[in-house]
Design a protein around this ligand. Structure first.
Ligand code: BES
Ligand code: ZN
Length: 872
C-alpha cells in the first residue's frame, strides 16, 4: 500500500484557472547527460477566477529547479513539493523565469521529454508538460509558444517544434539552434519538440482556399521508403475534412515524426504530430492490409484533431471525450468513405461489443464523461473513445447529416480558440437543429450498457404488428439507479421474400424509433403477413439487444437482410446460439442451418468479399466469454474449435474453390478490391488449416514461401501456426524471423502471432519470448505484443485453470510498474474482469490482484486500477 493515499480529482471541484498565460518563451539546451529548460511565462490574473486565490500554483514533477526569477528578481517565498510549486501573493501581472534541469536519457515512463533510439522527443498529453518545466499544466490555460532548441549539430541535425521556424543558425562548440513560433494559442498538452538525425520526406497540399501547405514526414534513414502511405493518407484526410466538415488546415506546415518508443499510437501536437512507428510506417513488403488500414485511420484521426481538439479543446480532462469521441467518430466516417461502410461498421461494432461492453460491465466502468479519477492516464478508455464516438453517432442519427453538419459548424465557429465541455458540444447541436437533447445528455453522465428487451405480436385480422421495447441498465460503480436513455432505434420489417415493408406515407422502409421511456409499444398497420423484424439496424445505439429470435429467422436475416450490418450480425447471433446450446448441452450436434448459412455466404458472389470474410469469422472466444456468466474459457474454446472443424469439414470443397478463385493480384495495391480478396482468401486458408486438412497444409506452406506481400505472408504464417502441423509451424516461425529480424515492425507481428495463438502461445512460449534477443523492456510495442496480446487475446492459455497465466501477468505488471506506470496500468486490465469467470479462475485472478496491491511503491496509475478492481 502507498504511504500516501493517492488523491481523487472530482469534476464537481472544477474551478477556472487563477492565472492565465499569454506567452510561453522556451529555450531548450539539449545535452547527453540532461537538458536545461529556460521558460519565460507572461502571466496575468484571470478576471474570471475566484478572487481568494492569491498564490500562483504551478505543476511540476521530477524537475530540478535551477532558478526562479519574478520580474527580474529571484523569488524568495516559494514552496515546492513532489508535485507543485507555490509562489505566495503575486501581483496581477508579471513575468516569471524558470530554469529546470531534466534527464530525458533516464526518462523511462515516456511522458515529458525523453529519448527514443537516439532522438529527443516529447509526449505531453495528458500531464507530461509538467515533467519539462513548472507550469499550470491544465488544458484550459491556452498560450502562444515560442520554442528555441539548441543541440549538437552532428547528432541532432533536425530540430522541430510546433508552428513555423522563425530563426536558425550555428552556435559555438558544434552546436546549432532552431527557433519555432506557433501563432495559435494552445494548451500545454499540445506542445511538442523533436531533435534527431532524421530524413525528411516532403509533399504538399493545396487547401480549398488555394494555400499551399508543406507536408513533411521525418523518420530514421532506414525507414525512408515507408512514408508514402502515411503521406497519401494525410492528403486524403485533409481533403475529406474540407469536403465533409468544411475544415481547412491553418498553418503553413504540417509535420509527422515516427518514433519507436511510444506509449500510445500517435499524438496530435499542433503542426507536429508524433507517431508510434508501428502506426505510420508501411511498405507492401513489410506491412499488412490491416496495418495500411490502421495507418490511414490514425493519420486521419490525429489530423482531424487539428480542429476537434486543438482549435477547440477540452476545458478539463473530464471532457476528454469532447475531442476523442468526436474525432473517433470523424475518423470512422472517413474510413467508411475510403472503403466499405458496412465492413467498417462491422469491425467497429465487433470491437465495441467485445471490449467496451466488457469495460462497461466491470469495476472500471465509468461514464463517457467521468466524474472522478485518480490518474487521468487511466481514462483514455474504450468508453471515452469508442462509446464516446457512438454517442456522437447517435446525435448524427437523430439530427440527420445536414443538421449535424450545421451543428458542427456552429460548434467550431462558437468555440474556436476556447477550452470547452461536452455540454457545449451538445448545446451547439441543439441550437443548430432546434432539437431538445436534454435527456440525450444522460449518455455522457451515466455509465453502463443499456439493454433493450424487444417482443412483438402480429394481429392477422387487424393487419397490424406491434413491437414492444423495454429498456434497462445495470448498476455501475457510480450509480445503482439509471434514468432511461434517449435511444435511436433503427428498424425495418421484412416480408417473406426479404423485402422491407413500406412503413409510412412517404414510402420509407426504415424508421428511427426514438426510445425515451422505460417501455414503448410501436404499432404498424396495414401489415398482411407476419414480418421478420430487422432491429437496431447498423447498430444505431450502443446497447445490448434481446429478442426471441428463432434460428430460422436468423438464417433468413443472414441471407436476406438489406442492412449489411444486420446481415452479418444475424450470422453471428446464429453462431452464438449454436455454440451456447452445445456448451450447455441443449444441442449435441451442430445445427445444419448454420452450415447452410455459411455455405450460402461463401457462394454469394454478389457480396463484397471483405464482407464474406467477416461473415465466415466465428465470434471470438473473448466475445463469447463476455456473453457468458461464470465463463469457463477452456470449454468455450473447445466448443468454438469444434464448430470450426465441422464447418471446415462440411465446406471443404467450397473453401478450396473460393481459395483458388481469389488468387492474388500483382503488383500489390492497398485498395478496397484487392484487400477484400486477400481478406477472404486468407480467412478461407485459416479454416482449411485449422482442421489439419492436408491440402490446407500444402496451400499454406506454398503461400508462405511465395507470398509477394506481407499480408499474404503473415496470414500464411498465422494459418500454419494455428494448425496441428507441428514441424511446419515451427519451421515457418524460424524462417520468418530469419527473413525479417532487421525490421522491428515485422518482428512485432511475429511476436503477436505467437502470443495470441492457442496452438503455440502457451506460457512456456510466452516466457521464452520475453527472453528473446529481439524483446526489449524499454519498448512498449514489444511489451504489448507479447504480454498484452497474451492476456488480451489468448484466453485459453491466459485463463489456465491452475492460475499460472494470471501469475505470469501479475509478475510482468509488477516488473514494469516502476519503469512505465502507464503501461503497467494498461496491462493489468484483463485481471479486472475477474467477476466474469468461473469460480476457480475468479479466485486466482483476484488473488493476483491482491498480490499486486500488497507490493511496495505502486504507481498511482496501477494503484487506481487494482484498487477499484478489488473494491466491492
Ligand atoms: N490524443 C491521443 C493520444 C494520447 C492519448 C496521448 C493518451 C497521451 C495519452 C490521440 O489522438 C489518440 O487518440 N490516439 C489513439 C489512436 C486513435 C486512432 C484512436 C492511440 O494512440 O491509440
Ligand atoms: Zn485522439
Amino acid at each position: 500500500m502507498k504511504a500516501e493515499e493517492p488523491q481523487t480529482v472530482y469534476l464537481r471541484d472544477y474551478q477556472p484557472p487563477a492565472f492565465l498565460i499569454d506567452y510561453v518563451d522556451l529555450r531548450f539546451e539539449l545535452f547527453e547527460d540532461g537538458a536545461r529548460v529556460h521558460s519565460r511565462l507572461t502571466i496575468r490574473r484571470n478576471p474570471e477566477a475566484e478572487p481568494d486565490q492569491r498564490d500562483l500554483v504551478l505543476n511540476g514533477e521530477d524537475l530540478e529547479l535551477e532558478s526562479l526569477v519574478l520580474d527580474g528578481r529571484p523569488v524568495e517565498g516559494f514552496e515546492a513539493d513532489e508535485r507543485t510549486l507555490r509562489i505566495e501573493k503575486v501581483a496581477d501581472q508579471f513575468l516569471l523565469d524558470v530554469v529546470t534541469w531534466i534527464r530525458p536519457q533516464d526518462n523511462t515512463c515516456l511522458e515529458g521529454l525523453y529519448k527514443s533510439s537516439g532522438m529527443f522527443c516529447t509526449q505531453c498529453e495528458a500531464e507530461g508538460f509538467r515533467r519539462i518545466t513548472y507550469f499550470p499544466d491544465r488544458p484550459d490555460v491556452m498560450a502562444r509558444y515560442r520554442t528555441r532548441i539548441e543541440a549538437d549539430k552532428g547528432a541532432y541535425p533536425i530540430l522541430l517544434a510546433n508552428g513555423n521556424p522563425v530563426d536558425w543558425g550555428d552556435l559555438d562548440g558544434g552546436r546549432h539552434q532552431v527557433t519555432w513560433e506557433d501563432p495559435f494559442p494552445k494548451p500545454s498538452y499540445l506542445f511538442a519538440l523533436v531533435a534527431g538525425d532524421l530524413v525528411e520526406q516532403r509533399d504538399e497540399f493545396v487547401t480549398g482556399s488555394g494555400r499551399t501547405v508543406e507536408l513533411s514526414m521525418y523518420v530514421e534513414a532506414r525507414n525512408q521508403d515507408k512514408c508514402d502511405h502515411a503521406l497519401s493518407s494525410l492528403k486524403k484526410a485533409m481533403r475529406w475534412d474540407e469536403e465533409v466538415y468544411g475544415r481547412e488546415y491553418d498553418l503553413d506546415r504540417f509535420m509527422i515524426v515516427a518514433v519507436d518508443d511510444f506509449n500510445m499510437g500517435a499524438m496530435e501536437n499542433k503542426g507536429l504530430n508524433i507517431f508510434n512507428s508501428s502506426c505510420v510506417l508501411a511498405s507492401p513488403e513489410t506491412a499488412t492490409d490491416a496495418t495500411y488500414e490502421q495507418i490511414e485511420s490514425i493519420v486521419a484521426h490525429e489530423y482531424f484533431h487539428n480542429w476537434s481538439g486543438n482549435r477547440v479543446t477540452c476545458r478539463d480532462w473530464f471532457q476528454l471525450s469532447l475531442k476523442e469521441g468526436f474525432t473517433v467518430f470523424r475518423d470512422n466516417q472517413f474510413s467508411a468513405d475510403m472503403g466499405s461502410p458496412t465492413v467498417q461498421r462491422i469491425d467497429q461494432v465487433n470491437m465495441l461489443r467485445t471490449a467496451q461492453f466488457a469495460e462497461d460491465a466491470g469495476p472500471m466502468a465509468h461514464p463517457v464523461r467521468p466524474d472522478s479519477y485518480i490518474e487521468i492516464g487511466n481514462f483514455y478508455t474504450l468508453t471515452v473513445y469508442e462509446k464516446g464516438a457512438e454517442v456522437v453517432r447517435m446525435i448524427h442519427t437523430l439530427l440527420g447529416p445536414d443538421l449535424f453538419r450545421e451543428g458542427s459548424d456552429l460548434y467550431f465557429a462558437r468555440h474556436d480558440g476556447q477550452a470547452v465541455t461536452t455540454d457545449d458540444f451538445v448545446r451547439a447541436m441543439e441550437d443548430a437543429s432546434g432539437r431538445d437533447l436534454s435527456q440525450f445528455r444522460l449518455w455522457y453522465g451515466q455509465a453502463g450498457t443499456p439493454q433493450l428487451r424487444v417482443t412483438d405480436s402480429f394481429d392477422a385480422e387487424g393487419r397490424s404488428y406491434t413491437l414492444s421495447v423495454e429498456q434497462s441498465c445495470p448498476p455501475t460503480p457510480e450509480a445503482n439507479h439509471k434514468t432511461p436513455f434517449h435511444i435511436p432505434f433503427r428498424v425495418s420489417l421484412l416480408d417473406s421474400q426479404g423485402q422491407p415493408l413500406v412503413l409510412d406515407a412517404e414510402g420509407n422502409t426504415e424508421q428511427v424509433l426514438e426510445l425515451t421511456e422505460q417501455s414503448h409499444r410501436f404499432l404498424f398497420t396495414g401489415i398482411s403477413e407476419r414480418p421478420t423484424p430487422s432491429l437496431l439496424r447498423g447498430f444505431s445505439a450502443p446497447v445490448k439487444l434481446e429478442y426471441p429470435w428463432t434460428r430460422d429467422q436468423l438464417g433468413f436475416l443472414c441471407s436476406h437482410d438489406t442492412d449489411g450490418f444486420n446481415r452479418w450480425d444475424a450470422g453471428q447471433k446464429l453462431a452464438i446460439d449454436v455454440i451456447q446450446s452445445l456448451l450447455n448441452g441443449h444441442d449435441t450436434a451442430v445445427d445444419s442451418r448454420l452450415i447452410d448459412a455459411f455455405r450460402e455466404t461463401l457462394a454469394d458472389t454478389s457480396l463484397d468479399r471483405a464482407m464474406v470474410a467477416r461473415m465466415l469469422t466465428l465470434p471470438s472466444v473473448s466475445y463469447l466469454t463476455e456473453l457468458t456468466e461464470e465463463a469457463d474459457v477452456a470449454a468455450i474454446h473447445q466448443t468454438r474449435q469444434r464448430l470450426v472443424d465441422e464447418l471446415a469439414g462440411a465446406l471443404r470443397q467450397d473453401l478450396l474453390e473460393c481459395y483458388h478463385r481469389n488468387a492474388p493480384e500483382d503488383p500489390y495495391r492497398f485498395d478496397p478490391e484487392q484487400s477484400a480478396a486477400r481478406a477472404l482468401r486468407n480467412m478461407v486458408l485459416k479454416l482449411l488449416t485449422a482442421t489439419g486438412d492436408d491440402q490446407g497444409r500444402t496451400l499454406a506452406t506454398t503461400q508462405f514461401e511465395q507470398a509477394a506481400n506481407m499480408t499474404d505472408e503473415l496470414e500464411a504464417l498465422r494459418a500454419l501456426v494455428n494448425s496441428p502441423f507441428e514441424p511446419e509451424r515451427e519451421q515457418a516461425l524460424t524462417r520468418f524471423y530469419q527473413r525479417w529480424q532487421h525490421d522491428p515492425q515485422v518482428v512485432e507481428q511475429w511476436f503477436a502471432v505467437q502470443s495470441e495463438s492457442p496452438w503455440v502461445g502457451d506460457l512456456n512460449r510466452v516466457t521464452q519470448l520475453l527472453e528473446h534477443p529481439a524483446f526489449d523492456w524499454k519498448n512498449p510495442n514489444k511489451i504489448r505484443m507479447v504480454v498484452g496480446v497474451f492476456a488480451g487475446r489468448n484466453l485459453l492459455h491466459f485463463q489456465r485453470s491452475d492460475g499460472a497465466g494470471h501469475r505470469f501477468l501479475g509478475e510482468q505488471v509488477r516488473r514494469l510498474d516502476a519503469r512505465n506506470p502507464q503501461m503497467s496500468a494498461a496491462l493489468v486490465r484483463p485481471l479486472a474482469r475477474w467477476r466474469q469467470y468461473a469460480p476457480h479462475l475468479r479466485d486466482s485472478m483476484r488473488s493476483e490482484l491482491q498480490n499486486i496491491m500488497a507490493s511496495k511503491d505502486l504507481s498511482r496509475d496501477l494503484y487506481e486500477v487494482v484498487f477499484k478492481s478489488l473494491k466491492q
